[in-house]
Design a protein around this ligand. Structure first.
Ligand SMILES: Nc1ncnc2c1ncn2[C@@H]1O[C@H](COP(=O)(O)OP(=O)(O)OP(=O)(O)O)[C@@H](O)[C@H]1O
Ligand SMILES: Cc1ncsc1CCO
Ligand SMILES: [Mg+2]
Length: 258
């Protein structure tokens, strides 16, 4: 029997999601969350966290264009979300490229994110294994990071998602894979960051494991549909937003594999 996705509650509840993300992804991610059926707010000032984070359905944190004031906001927002039982998602972009970034990523991970999403190189390195990441881009196959994903899930109580040609989702006990999408997707910047934001939206309306695979499946379904119409990375972006909006509840289970 097909798994029940969370697209119906997402569109019914249109949750407010605080997305602390990088300068590259801000606009892309806000459009992705809106097109999919939720309400993004790209607020990151530490001074606003105490009032704003508690009224959100979820929080997402992406360290893509990290600097000290942002790191302070991220840690404060994650602590606030935890204190209010609000689900939060961590995207440790390129955390292995510097000691500073590694340290901030570890401090955030220690706050036990509800969902951790990264590409294979990011998840391998978080698990303490050597990878071949090139900045924000992955240089490793998803399968190579499955063991690290399972260990991280068990150690931090998080659902861990590794994205790539086939996505891997695990909570340390149960795992599944998602096929589909398009080879054009890694040629468009910030789609992974946008998926992280969408995972927050889904986490606001259902359990973490279902939220993680529903969001990842929404991207796979819309990515396949957009690729049929796109002529390249430029037109793909437009078709992808349209396809996210046109995806229907019940469409998502089709890309799930054991
Ligand atoms: N070769 C591929 N074929 C199909 N889908 C892909 C492929 N590569 C990535 N994707 C999809 O693209 C989306 C983004 O995943 P990706 O692993 O590229 O994130 P990322 O490296 O963190 O991206 P970024 O840092 O640019 O935001 C996911 O939905 C993933 O399933
Ligand atoms: C290209 C890039 N550089 C820092 S963050 C980002 C967006 C994709 O992760
Ligand atoms: Mg990324």
């Amino acid at each position: 029997m097909a798994r029940q996705d969370l697209l119906t509650p997402l569109r019914a509840e249109t949750p407010l999601v605080q997305c602390i993300t990088n300068y590259v992804a801000m606009n892309v991610a806000a459009n992705v969350v809106l097109a999919s059926g939720a309400s993004p707010a790209m607020l990151h000032a530490a001074e606003e966290t105490a009032e704003f984070t508690p009224i959100c359905g979820a929080l997402t944190i992406n360290i893509g264009t990290l600097s000290p004031p942002w790191a302070k906001s991220m840690l404060l927002a994650a602590e606030t979300a935890k204190a209010h039982n609000i689900p939060w998602v961590l995207d440790p972009v390129a955390h292995f490229v510097s000691g500073y970034r590694r340290e901030v990523a570890q401090n955030l991970l220690a706050l036990r994110p509800t969902i951790l999403r990264g590409n294979a190189s990011e998840i391998l390195a978080l698990g303490g294994e050597a990878g071949s990441g090139k900045g924000a881009d992955s240089g490793d196959p998803v399968e190579a990071a499955e063991g690290a994903a399972q260990s991280l899930a068990q150690n931090y109580g998080s659902v861990v998602v590794v994205t790539g040609p086939v996505d891997f989702v695990t909570d340390g006990a149960q795992s599944l894979r998602l096929s589909g999408g398009s080879e054009i997707m890694p040629m468009v910047t910030a789609l992974g960051c946008s998926l992280t934001a969408l995972m927050g939206a889904y986490a606001a309306v259902g359990p973490a494991f279902d939220a993680a695979w529903s969001a990842a499946a929404h991207f796979k379904v819309a990515g396949s549909a957009a690729a049929e119409k796109a002529q390249g990375p430029g037109s793909f972006q437009t078709h992808f937003l349209d396809a996210l909006a046109m995806t229907k509840p019940g469409d998502l289970g089709a890309v799930v594999r054991a």
